[in-house]
Write a new protein. Sequence first.
Length: 365
Amino acid sequence: MKILVTGGAGFIGSAVVRHIINNTSDSVINVDKLTYAGNLESLVSVEKDERYAFEQVDICDRAELDRVFDEHKPDAVMHLAAESHVDRSITGPADFIQTNIVGTYTLLEATRSYWNALSVDKRTAFRFHHISTDEVYGDLPHPDEVQNSDELTLFTEITPYAPSSPYSASKASSDHLVRAWLRTYGLPTIVTNCSNNYGPYHFPEKLIPLVILNALEGKNLPVYGKGDQIRDWLYVEDHARALYKVLAEGKVGETYNIGGHNEKKNLEVVQEICKILDVIVPKETKYQEQITYVTDRPGHDRRYAIDSSKIQRELGWTPLETFETGLKKTIEWYLDNLRWCKNVQNGSYQRERLGVDTLIAEGEV
C-alpha cells in the first residue's frame, strides 16, 4: 500500500511512520504542518528511504491536500494530525477547533473527492483510518468513589461520548464527522480510540517526559491536585502496531479501542520514574523529594480505562510492553537523546505550566 499519514512528524504519527517503513513493504506520504509538536528529527532513521516522502501541508488547506492526493495517489489515509494537549486547549481552544474539527472536515472532503474518482477496485480497497482518543468518553468511576469493584467499568466502543475539555470535545466532533462521511457518502472509514500514550519522541509538555527532564535538571515535579487521577498507559510502539493492524485487517465502519492494560495513578507514575532514575542516574538525594503538588486542572477527568478486548479478539493484537518495561525503555531513550529534547523545545517552551488562565482568574494560582 501507499499510505498517506497526517501528523506523521508528531509523537504517535512518527512512531506509525517508523513502524511502516521498518516493518512492512508499504510506502508513506507524511503530511505534517510542523507545528511546535511536529519535528522531522523524529524521522531521521527513515527519511532517506525511497518509500518515504514528506509534504509540509496544513490539513486545513484544501488546495494543497488536493495536490498531494493527485501527485501521490495513496491507497489509504491514516489521520493522526491533531492538537492534543488538554492544558493548551484550556488557554487557546481556537487552534483545537480549527485543526481537529475544520482540518478533519477538510481532509474528509479532499479524500472523498479523490476516492470518488478511483476505479471500482481501488474504491473498494481504500481505507480512511481516523485515530482518536479515549478522552472523548469523559471519565469513569474512581476506586475512591465507589463501594465495590463491580462499579469500576471500562470504556467500550459503545460508551456514550461525554467530553470534558476543549481538546476532547474537538476530538469527539472529529469522530462524529468521520462516521457521518461513512453513513452519508459511503467513504470507507474506521475509527480507533486509544488510551494515554508514552514512549520515545514525546514532546516534553506531557507528564512522563516533563517529569523525566525536570527530575534530571533538579526542578520541581508538578503533580496536579492529589495525583490520584488514573490513566491507562499504552507504549507508543504497541499503539503503532495496533494502528497498522486495524488499517490492514479492520472492518469498515467499525470502532476499535486500544489500551495498554496499565491503570496507574498520576502520582504512581511520577514515583515510578523517580525510582528508576534513582538507580540509573543516582544522586545524593532521592528524586521523589522534588515532587510538588499544584492546583488541579479545571475539569480534570478522574479516571480513564480502556476495554480493548474487541481488537484482541477480532484482530489478535495485544500490547507487548508492560508499564514497567515500557517506562524503563522510555527513560533510557530520553537519557540518550537529551539533544533532541533541547532542539524540540527550541526556546518557545521551557516546560512551564500551561492552561492556567482560568486558575489565575479565580485566584488559585
